[in-house]
Design a protein around this ligand. Sequence first.
Ligand code: 0A1
Ligand code: ZN
Length: 872
Amino acid sequence: MKDPAPKSTHLTDYTSPAWRVPKVSLCFELEPEETRVTAMLCVEHVDGHPQRDLVLFGEELVLESLSQNGEPLDSQYYELTKDGLVIRDLDESCELEIVTRIHPKRNTALSGLYISEGHFCTQCEAEGFRRITYFPDRPDVLSVYDVRIEADEKRYPVLLSNGNPVAQGELDNGRHFAHWHDPFPKPSYLFALVAGDLACHSDQFVTASGRTVDLRLYVQAHNLDQCSFAMQALKKSMRWDEQAFGREYDLDIFMIVAVDDFNMGAMENKGLNIFNSKCVLASPQTATDDDFIMIESIIAHEYFHNWSGNRVTCRDWFQLSLKEGLTVFRDQEFTADQTLPGVKRIQDVQRLRNLQFPEDAGPMSHPVRPQSYLEINNFYTMTIYEKGAEVVRMLQTLLGASLFRRGLDLYFDRHDGQAVTTDDFVKALEDASGRDLSLFRRWYDQAGTPVLEIQEGFDDSASEYHLSLRQHCPSTPGQDVKMPLHIPVSVALFAASGEKIPCGADAAIETTLELTEQQQTFVFKDVHEPPVLSLLRGFSAPVIVRDQHRPETLAFLMQHEDDAFSRWEAGQRFALNILLAWVADCQNDRQLLLDPRFSQAFAALLKDAQSHPALVAETMTLPSESYLGDQLSTIDVEAVHMARCTLMQQLGQQCFSTMVEIYEKTQGIAGFDALALGQRRLHNLCLTYLCASGESEAQDRALQHYHHAPDMTHTMGALRALIAQPGEVIHQCLGDFEQRWKDQPLVLDKWFSLQAMAPWPDSLERVQDLMRHPGFSLRNPNRVRAVLGSFTMANPLGFHAIDGQAYAFMAELILELDAINPQIAARLAGCFSRWRRFDAVRQNGQQQALQRILAQPSVSRDLYEIASRSLG
Ligand code: 0A1
Ligand code: ZN
């Protein structure tokens, strides 16, 4: 290890900062090879704080000079340590000048100041600012920033930082400068700087109170034609946050910059969001409908952080979900409002179940507020983001929309300009609503997905229906004992007629039960027939429901349920039962016979294709292979794949003519409203089923579909439908696609990813070929995700091939990547975290891969943490 004894950071060790830094002035003399950073820090010792030393973090910095109030500091007053600089005996309040040199061009970790396609940019969350200058780089130190940037004018005509522009001008030697001032105190992780030769797409927004804000989107000149969608999304987000949450923008200018090399999706730096170009650039020719929706939601997410994250920030990194869970919840609500709320909810639940549930059931499981970490960058997880959003959503369900909103208003009001905790958040909701949420707080501390078991009883003579709910949570690493949680369970009762039976206060037809103990029985009066239970409507809590799921009940709910999620859920559960039975049949060489009740329900579903295309498309989408695998005691990748493909094939065959009809009716749909989006999704999905049927006519259709595709949504629809079977047709299309798009990296990523995911026999060799493609580079995170992320996460048959070659290959590759970019290497290494779920041979192969990684003497802290925790 580079760091001999990596030490964990613990929440319980938190101490408040000993020094404040109310003001910072930075001057950057930008050069790719060597940039000089002059930092002037106004520091003030916190009265009465026992610690006198000023601790500044620093990484990969060369210290040039250090002075206090203009006087060079004698070396006896400071010490350079392995994590930074400790200064002793400073005046209670003084000005510190620190001059450092950094090397942006060599920064391949993409944290701190680095270069992407010739442009300077920064990424400071979580701890990147310490790679720029020595600083108390922790989120509870808030400062007002003044930034001066000097650079060569020709190469870097655009110079940006946070806040408002205050001055700019010429310097000698072809250089120029810009000066920015951000009046809002912020933590260092929200600092940003950009310098480059960038083109600008601009617009304006008038806020609710009538202030005009300049909006600017900076991209490389050849991408200017792919900006208008993101700009519209930004304006929508700004308006929506005013209307839905009463949050108005606060600076005179809001900027977004697109960069090609970026570790994550985007970053909410104050007034200067930096985006992975994948999450901004889009035109119908280059982006699919799903890309557009993703872009709109990320633009919204980063913008919403201006309040939930920036104006009110986190006290320490254990509170990360304070800003992320809340902001994901807000962006989910935004997208729901722009599209169909029911469909959006289904998609969010799918994401949670496919990605967060397995995380919570494995060695990486951690609470929404973790207790400790080695490397904070490893904690930007599905649990912090998605489960964190579910926790916020449950609070809304428990309080009701209007008290919840009042609570949020109080939270923003009370904590504006502060760095706070998730407890402060819950407290604001308690104070505004008068509700006691002490039990609910356990959701923040307890890891693992709770399981609900149900028991029903009907008392004919008393006309009572009894529902017993029992909760338990499996133990997770470091947490053997689990406490009961406060779980909102939304329910409705159906009569055999399909009508709903009143079940709540004032004869409401839906009610939210509050489960607070391990077991509770709820009694419903005036129920005159044994009802059909609709449980966890809208997925009111992130739990697993264990139920009998009888086929009759599922078919009934598929027909009568009026809650979009629950209706979809009934179909999924039905399909899941069949698939699980088929997995067992595959393992025992039995024939796979389809239950006619399912075919009937599926055929009935297709009748709604006209009226509810998006919902029907979601319901037609079978549970993913990974979700299916999660339901088994030992994951059997081959049987799972076989069962799922066979079900697609049989449904495609049985419903062939109906699907052709729907396919034809949904041809040539234009527009971007919810209906059009749903119709295009259905159109592509029908094509996939038709191809899965194995009929040769379908392949011809797909080829036509590819060649006449008016946009990328259709193009990808054809490729996805064809990819399941290798053959002449798909190769022809892939060749054509490559020729057409080889100069557009973001589009070529789709080509990389599709092939890396293809369940073909020679997957590993194909991945190795893709890596030799001139468009591939290990240095670019998007390329790595497109090829290696897709292969390891979405090609179970290839990655888990029984010969174990892919495991060994990935271990070496992850180590190679670790030397370039530890964050990306660590993420990729997550592919081995589920090794215990496989058979002995695969367990062994993955364990060896993890051991190989840990045996590397120079392994980074990021990768070490993931590999060692995975191994357990
Ligand atoms: N805060 C950003 C995500 C982000 C997190 C870490 C990064 O670098 C390690 C970069 C971006 C968001 O939630 O959008
Ligand atoms: Zn975020």
